[in-house]
Design a protein around this ligand. Sequence first.
Ligand code: F6R
Length: 366
Amino acid sequence: EKAGYTHFMQKEIFEQPRAIIDTLAGRIKSGSPEVFLPDIGLEDEVFKSFDRVVMLACGTSYHAGLIGKFLFEGLARIPVEVDLGSEFRYRDPLVGPKDLVVAISQSGETADTLAALKEATSKGATALAICNVVGSSLTREASGTLYTHAGLEIGVASTKAFTTQLVALYLLALHMGRLRGNVSDEKGIELVDDLIKLPGLLQEVLDKEEEIKKIAEDYCQADDFLYLGRGLCYPIALEGALKLKEISYIHAEGYPAGEMKHGPIALIDEKMPVVVLANNTDVFEKVLSNMQEVSARGGKLIALTEEDNSAALALADSAVMIPAAPQTLAPVLLTIPLQLLAYHISVLRGTDVDQPRNLAKSVTVE
Ligand code: F6R
């Protein structure tokens, strides 16, 4: 059943190129700027005319929502709010008929996400689900569902469900951007072609498993980890930290790199590994100065960056190279080394990777 892999989590990490191909299938085609999403069940006229998007989710799916905000705001120029199911539902939220609610869930059975979606629809919002399980409760409550075709996810730590959620959000945002006139034909074709290239780029990162395993060996004894990123990569820092803590039981925190000086910098010493998402972006120079701050205090830097980024490489104690990719897709690529790092650290520490203590695959209690 594990097809030669040691754990389901490892198998599911390696299934990601295929899962993304399946999630894209039939929805885009090379050379065309259009996105075909008949399953969302909303007329184009309706889908394009909301005033706001509200993303609701928990855990890893919430991190996907945080990235979705960048994608919708960037491509469709529509304001986006992202909230946790467990927070949104209890605060008498301001939501109504002009809002599109996008509820994101692998299982479609997470009680808080489900209740948050019901709260929004009871106030007149239109609800869409991004979900991996066909016919789950969430898909029955929403007016339409964009399915991620990740296939069955067994490992408790979510991996391929997350990256396919990112792809689904990208498709939805691009579709809305087209309908709202914000994405030209030329730009649309380019974005579609970027998506088509994504599974191949992902495979290149997966091929670095041995390197990442070596880094895991170097740092698996640490008691605490910090993950830093900016912009689109900040939610990936959160996700990397969540993955590590849930399966290895090491304390880990994800932080927007710019916030470091407002508190967490006090934690840094030579025992603290700091994972930095240091890929080439508009804010790379800012990330670089955060790396210098860590380095000056003796912190150990594990950088995720591109091969030609000599500034990041010069500072890093360890590095994982990711292929050059468009900024909006880099978060998907950066997720892979973080999954593999958490996985190998956990294996080295002998924890139960697929069934971590105290966790369940779907959280159907409030
Ligand atoms: C993390 C993880 C959880 C889930 C969360 C939401 O690896 O698996 O944080 O992401 O419980 O679950 P879904 O997406 O099924 O609503």
